[in-house]
Design a binder for this molecule. Structure first.
Ligand code: COA
Length: 392
C-alpha cells in the first residue's frame, strides 16, 4: 500500500538511482528515498567498544584515547584485546597471551591441510580461505590466534620459503614478526603493538558492520570473521595502504601534485585520503607518525625513516590541498592507511600483506562486536526501496 507520507515528494532532483521522480513512479517505486547513501550518519548500534569523534579527530578505545593506549600504556595488544573481548562479552577473559600462544600452535598444526589456500596469490584471498577451512567451527580465541599464523605461513609458502613454527611463549606481535622471518627487536615489536592496538577497533566501520550483520543472524564466529575479511579487503576500506606506498614510490623524484592530478584526471581516488567519519586528520595518522619516530630512534635506520616520513608529508599536503580545491564542501585529510603504509614498510612487512596484517589487529574488535551484537538478540535487517518495474 502506498502511504502518503512515504511517497516520494514531487521534486526535480535526482534520486540515488539516477532517475527522476516521475520515472521512479512509472517503475513502481513508492517508498521514501533511502535515508542516507551508504548509511552515512545513521546510528545502527550502541557500543561500549570504541568512540570515533569525526569533528574533533578523537578515537577512544575501551575508554582510553588511542594515542595513550598505543604509545604510553604497556598492556600491549593482548591487554587491549582482552579488554575489548571483556566489554563485548561481559565476561572475564583468560590469560590471553597464553591462550593465543596455544591457538597459534593449534593453527600451525592444521597448515598441512591448507596447501591450496595458502598458495592463493592474493594474501587476503589466502587468509579468507585458511580461516574458513582451517578454523571452521572454531572459537573466538582460536580464530584470533590463527590469523597471524595463516598470514605468515601464506607469505612464506608463496615465496617458496620453509614455514616457521610459532613460539607460544612470545607475544602475538613478536611471534608474527618471527613467523614471517623478520627481525623482532623490542623496538620493532613495540611498533607493531602500537599499530595493532590503534586499529583494534574503530566504531562501525564496514568490516565490523559486516561481522555484526552475520552475528545478528545467529551464525558462527568463523562466518562472521569471513564476512569481515571480505569487507576489509576492499580498497575503500583496508586495501589502501599498499597503493599508498605505490603512490609514494611513484612521486619520489617528481612533483607530487602533477602525479596526483593525473590520478584524479583518470577518475581514480587518492589512496590514504578521506574518511566517512573524520572531517579532520585521522588521529591514528599521528599515532603512527610518533610510533615511526620512536622506532627510528630506538632501532636505527633513522635517516631512512625520516626521509620517507618527510616525503609522505609532502605528498599528504599536496593531496589535501588539491582535494580541498576540488571538494571545498568536504574536508578530505589523511586517514589511517596513509601512515600505516610507512609503519608496516619500516617493519619490512611486504606490502602485499598490509591488509592481512591490518586484519590481525582488527580481529580483536570484530570478535568483541560479534559478542556485543549477539547479546542484543536482534537481527539486523534494514529495508530497501524497490525502484524496478512492477508486473503489468
Ligand atoms: N580521492 C579523491 N576524491 C575523493 C577521495 C579521495 N581519496 N575521497 C573522497 N573523494 C571525493 C569523492 O570522489 C566524492 O566526490 P563526488 O561527490 O564528486 O563524487 C566526495 O569526495 C565524497 O566521497 P564519498 O565516497 O561520497 O565519501 P565517503 O565518506 O563515502 O568516502 C572513503 C570515504 C574512505 C571511501 C573515501 O574518502 C575514499 O575513497 N578514500 C580513498 C580510499 C582510502 O584511503 N580508504 C581507506 C579508508 S580508512
Amino acid at each position: 500500500m502506498i502511504v502518503e507520507s512515504t511517497l516520494i515528494k514531487a521534486s526535480a532532483s535526482l534520486t540515488l538511482s539516477g532517475m527522476n521522480t516521475s520515472e521512479l513512479q512509472a517503475t513502481g517505486a513508492s517508498l521514501a528515498p533511502a535515508k542516507a547513501a551508504g548509511l552515512e550518519g545513521v546510528v545502527v548500534a550502541d557500543t561500549r567498544l570504541s568512540q570515533v569523534d569525526g569533528e574533533r579527530g578523537e578515537l577512544v578505545i575501551a575508554g582510553v584515547r588511542a594515542e595513550v593506549l598505543a604509545l604510553e600504556q604497556a598492556q600491549g595488544f593482548e591487554g587491549v584485546a582482552a579488554r575489548l573481548l571483556e566489554l563485548g562479552s561481559g565476561t572475564r577473559q583468560p590469560d590471553l597471551r597464553a591462550a593465543l600462544g596455544q591457538a597459534r600452535l593449534a593453527a600451525f598444526a592444521v597448515l598441512g591441510e591448507l596447501n591450496h589456500a595458502l598458495k592463493l596469490p592474493d594474501a587476503m584471498d589466502a587468509l579468507l580461505a585458511c580461516v574458513t577451512q582451517g578454523s571452521a567451527g572454531g572459537s573466538a580465541l582460536s580464530v584470533l590466534g590463527a590469523l597471524p599464523v595463516y598470514v605468515a605461513a601464506g607469505a612464506r609458502r608463496r615465496a617458496g620459503l620453509p614455514l616457521i613454527v610459532p613460539n607460544p611463549s612470545l607475544s602475538h606481535a613478536e611471534d608474527f614478526l618471527a613467523m614471517l622471518g623478520l627481525a623482532h627487536s623490542a623496538a620493532r615489536v613495540r611498533a607493531l603493538e602500537a599499530y595493532w592496538v590503534t586499529v583494534s577497533d574503530h566504531g562501525l566501520n564496514a568490516s565490523t558492520f559486516a561481522a555484526r550483520v552475520v552475528a545478528s543472524t545467529g551464525s558462527d564466529v568463523v562466518s562472521c570473521i569471513a564476512a569481515a575479511l571480505g569487507a576489509l579487503k576492499g580498497p575503500l576500506h583496508g586495501g589502501a595502504p599498499g597503493p599508498v606506498l605505490d603512490m609514494l614510490d611513484a612521486t619520489q623524484h617528481d612533483d607530487p601534485r602533477a602525479w596526483l592530478e593525473a590520478e584524479l584526471g583518470a577518475g581514480r581516488r587518492i589512496m590514504g585520503i578521506g574518511h566517512r567519519i573524520y572531517r579532520v586528520r585521522d588521529p591514528r595518522a599521528l599515532v603512527f607518525e610518533r610510533a615511526l619516530v620512536r622506532l627510528a630512534e630506538e632501532d636505527g635506520e633513522s635517516a631512512l625513516i625520516a626521509a620517507r616520513l618527510a616525503h609522505a608529508k609532502r605528498v599528504e599536503h599536496a593531496a589535501v590541498a588539491l582535494l580541498s580545491e576540488r571538494h571545498p564542501e568536504r574536508p578530505l585529510h589523511a586517514n589511517v592507511e596513509f601512515y600505516t603504509a610507512l609503519l608496516l614498510e619500516a617493519l619490512a612487512i611486504p606490502r602485499a600483506l598490509f591488509t592481512a596484517a591490518f586484519a590481525v589487529g582488527r580481529c580483536a574488535g570484530w570478535l568483541a562486536h560479534i559478542d556485543e551484537q549477539r547479546r542484543t538478540g536482534k537481527l539486523i535487517r534494514p529495508a530497501s526501496r524497490y525502484v524496478g518495474a512492477l508486473p503489468a
